[in-house]
Design a protein around this ligand. Structure first.
Ligand code: SF4
Ligand code: SF4
Length: 464
């Protein structure tokens, strides 16, 4: 039996005080000067410890408060209140919500699965991946001793084309197949985000994380020079022009081509240089993507990377989400009988561990993760760096080792959540999860089936 793939995590402390969801407001005016103030009764002694972080000009009280509300309820003159921190509420956008950002920070601290307390106060359904519910019916029959117990749940996936069938010669000898496959231990590839206060140290840290995780790191051609040559094996460079292929790093095993002009010549050039290099073609998530994917597979392309915008939406139609794009390509290839000839990777807006499992259920083989790698480094998604302004958390100054540690923690937490979800679905191999819609429920479909005909009058049926 192969040894188990386990991501070893350890606490990597933040460099800055995080933005906290709520803050304490305590009025002095009207204070009754009680002999024993409720502030003295705080079980966490928050009021005794409070102090000012002079570097960031942040009061420590909000970071230490555990939100038990004892002081709020106990003050006889109701002078103590808790209020939403407007700076926290203003973080990110409708996709990269403050709660998602804060959860990614916490997972990067410790590598632990986030636990948010009893009950779920959120909406029943929502847009994009929130409209998919995974079937957790096997949770009543979990693996014998947990996700890290004796039963093996494999998250490994293959990149490339799997042979459709074996071919034998007249003497029953197996004939060579030209299929090329690479195996990575989890369906997650790291990717440089479209913006960020990124320095050479950041890039080296991400490359180091990919190396220790055993996965790949997608880097645009203009950033390749910043990464030492010995990381070549873990790089998955993305080229926007055929001429840029000159910069192919030594040892690299997979290349992405993001251009259309001269595509087949570029593939031939790479194969002539080293036939063992896998070639992936990036296609934007726009109208006609399924037809484009089908024609690429027919021409022999063995890996397709579908890229949505950074909120996981179609570039030319924000009402269509990554799950819909993956599904349309997957089903098109299934209908054409060519699905096993290609690996389908997806990126754009993957912001939670559950999105990895849901992307695979929709039909992808794996995902590329970009902004969570930046948020792991305390990014607040303020987008100041896009305008050339300074980063409030100086990401560019963080060491490569600290960067790698926080990204490994985040991916470790996601890997454990993937194991939990797969275990609860009764799926023991990530490759078996691909397109397994029988293990999920789609809100749109249920909504349609339940309510579409409600109130419809059946013809020739008279109501009394
Ligand atoms: S809400 Fe609870 S933890 Fe926070 S300061 Fe008041 S008593 Fe302490
Ligand atoms: S915190 Fe703001 S400025 Fe810094 S990397 Fe993130 S988005 Fe850019």
């Amino acid at each position: 039996m192969p040894s188990k793939y386990v991501i070893h995590t350890e606490t990597v402390l933040r460099r800055f005080q995080p933005l906290i969801q709520s803050g304490i407001i305590a009025w002095e005016e009207g204070c009754l000067k009680c002999p024993v103030c409720v502030k003295k009764k705080c079980v966490y002694s928050v009021y005794d410890h409070r102090g000012l972080n002079a570097r960031q000009m942040v009061e420590s009280i909000d970071n230490e408060c555990m939100n038990c509300l004892r002081c709020v309820q106990g003050c006889p003159n109701e002078l103590i209140h808790k209020s939403i921190n407007p700076e926290f509420a203003a973080m990110g956008d409708e996709h990269w919500t403050p709660n998602i950002i804060a959860s990614l920070w916490a997972q990067s601290d410790s590598g632990k699965i986030p636990v948010s307390g009893a009950g779920y106060p959120g909406p029943f359904s929502g847009p994009g991946f929130d409209a998919i519910w995974t079937d957790m019916s096997e949770i009543v029959r979990p693996t014998r001793d947990g996700i890290h117990g004796r039963e093996y749940i494999s998250t490994a996936v293959d990149l490339g084309r799997t042979p459709a069938h074996l071919v034998f010669d007249a003497e029953s000898g197996l004939l060579e197949d030209d299929s090329l496959l690479m195996n990575i231990p989890l369906p997650i590839i790291l990717k440089v985000p479209a913006f960020g206060a990124i320095s050479e140290k950041t890039l080296v840290g991400w490359a180091e994380a990919a190396k220790r995780l055993g996965t790949l790191f997608t880097v645009p051609e203009d950033m390749l020079k910043a990464i030492p040559a010995d990381y070549g094996r873990w790089l998955f460079p993305s080229f926007s022009t055929a001429s840029a292929l000159e910069g192919l790093p030594d040892g690299c095993r997979m290349v992405e081509l993001a251009f259309e002009d001269g595509l087949s010549e570029a593939i031939k050039r790479i194969k002539d240089f080293d036939p063992s290099i896998l070639v992936s073609k990036k296609i934007p998530m726009v109208e006609g993507m399924a037809d484009r994917a089908e024609s690429l597979v027919a021409s022999g392309v063995s890996i397709i990377h579908l890229e949505a915008d950074f909120q996981g939406r179609r570039h030319d139609d924000p009402g269509t989400f990554l799950k819909d794009g993956i599904r349309s390509i997957h089903l098109k290839l299934v209908d054409a009988g060519t699905r096993d000839n290609v690996t389908l990777l997806a990126s754009g807006g993957i912001s939670m561990a559950e999105h990895v499992a849901k992307s695979i259920i929709c039909g992808s083989d794996g995902v590329l993760v970009d902004f969570p790698m930046l948020i792991a480094l305390e990014c607040r998604m303020c987008r100041r760096c896009e305008k050339g302004l300074s980063c409030p958390v100086d990401i560019q100054d963080a060491s490569a080792e600290w960067t790698a540690g926080r990204v490994i923690n985040l991916v470790g937490a996601w890997h454990n959540q993937l194991l939990e979800v797969m275990g609860a679905m009764g799926i023991r191999d990530a490759r078996r999860l691909r397109g397994e819609v029988g293990r999920a429920m789609f809100f749109d479909q249920l909504d349609r089936e339940t309510f579409e005909n409600m109130g419809a009058v059946v013809e020739e049926c008279e109501l009394e």
